[in-house]
Write a protein that binds this ligand. Structure first.
Ligand code: UT7
Length: 336
């Protein structure tokens, strides 16, 4: 894509979701709602949630293991780990460090988290593109993992209906055949509307000074504002990314969007004039799994025969920040 960067190959993709399912009907035990209300507003029927001590690190490790296996590399060949979690179970050690240690990736390999909420995987891909493109690192493991179910306010029916838990991972490497799998890639942020979705880290001031507001470590979301922002911003932004790839929407095989709301996915579909077969949506079964939603949809789409590899796809997402991003990528045979 960029003449100054070495080309990047997407070598392997994997995902993992917890087994426990919470349906819309189950949620009626928590508050006044209905399957009909949730499904018509969001396209969601059920979501997966962690149970007991299972958390995003466990999910991320499984997804990463599968992505590494598919890539054909050994864990000791990974030379950098970047994890994107909206809110990892521990702020430190980083989710990436926890997974590096559990997967047998050498103990000197740089491993760090980046925060871009649901756009995290596209941001991580952009960082990896710079690192591989400049020749600094060769084989980078990207992980997106979240246990949103521990962070939502289960008394807030306006937001807790949306989220689910899951992880996705991608191994990217220098493309030695010279073919760049990144046809275009761009990420954005507008911090001035950060209040649309936020999660405080609670804390108290030194007892010797005036106290601060403590925060409640729960996801707060102005759903309608997010919705309006996304449907006015994302479709035309995706057009621009397709343009930058030197392509038209018709040239691209699939749209694999962040799974946040079926109505948002349909707004993108209409803009691109895509048939249902070209649009990958599995929000019905997983809800919004943050940055993991794109790799989960990609791998599951291949497993279910909805996506044929040896093709191209538009990946696009948005999330807290507000952040957003899109990529037009090549999906080679054998990546998942
Ligand atoms: O990755 C980041 C992701 N976030 C998003 O993508 C969020 C995008 N936004 C949305 O998906 C939608 O805004 C929601 C699905 C979250 C909400 O749909 P909405 O049509 O914007 O509903 P609303 O929040 O404006 O609420 C409409 C009504 C309210 O009642 P009143 O005040 O009109 O009497 C709510 O109290 O619906 C009520 N309501 C519910 N009723 C039954 C809100 N949540 C529920 C519920 N069940 N779960």
């Amino acid at each position: 894509m960029s003449k100054n960067l070495k080309p990047l190959r997407i070598a392997g993709v994997g995902y993992s979701v917890p087994e426990t399912i919470v349906t819309n009907d189950d949620l009626t035990k928590l508050y006044e709602t209905s399957d009909e209300w949730i499904y018509t507003r969001t396209g969601i029927k059920e979501r997966r949630v962690v149970s007991g001590n299972q958390n995003a690190v466990d999910l991320g490790k499984e997804a990463a293991k599968k992505a590494i296996e598919k890539s054909g590399f050994k864990p000791e060949e990974i030379d950098c780990v970047i994890a994107a979690a909206s809110a990892p179970p521990q702020l430190y050690p980083a989710l990436a460090c926890n997974i590096q240690a559990r997967l047998g990736i050498p103990d000197f390999v740089p491993s760090f988290d980046l925060t871009a909420a649901c756009t995290g995987l596209i941001y991580a891909l952009q960082v990896a593109r710079g690192l591989i493109g400049s020749g600094l690192y060769k084989n980078i493991l990207l992980i997106a993992a979240d246990n949103n179910s521990r962070l939502v306010d289960w008394e807030d029916r306006g937001s807790s209906i949306l989220f689910g838990d899951g992880a996705g991972a991608m191994v990217v490497t220098e493309a030695e055949d010279g073919v760049d799998d990144i046809l275009s890639l761009d990420v954005r942020a507008d911090g001035s509307i950060g209040q649309y979705i936020y999660l405080d880290t609670p804390g108290k001031n030194c007892p010797l000074v005036e106290p601060c507001d403590e925060g409640d470590a729960k996801i707060h979301m102005a759903g309608r504002d997010v919705y309006k922002f996304v449907v006015t911003t994302l479709p035309k932004y995706v057009d621009k990314c397709i343009d930058e790839a030197g392509m038209t929407a018709a040239d691209i095989d699939y749209l694999i969007p962040h799974q946040a709301n079926q109505r948002i996915i349909e707004a993108l579909q209409q803009r691109l004039e895509y048939s249902d077969e070209k649009v990958i949506s599995n929000i019905k079964y997983y809800g919004n799994t943050s940055a993991a939603s794109i790799p989960i949809a990609l791998v599951e789409g291949v497993e279910q025969g909805k996506i044929k590899l040896g093709s191209t796809a538009i990946l696009c997402g948005f999330g807290a920040g507000m952040t957003w991003g899109a990529a037009v990528v090549r999906l080679r045979e054998g990546i998942c």
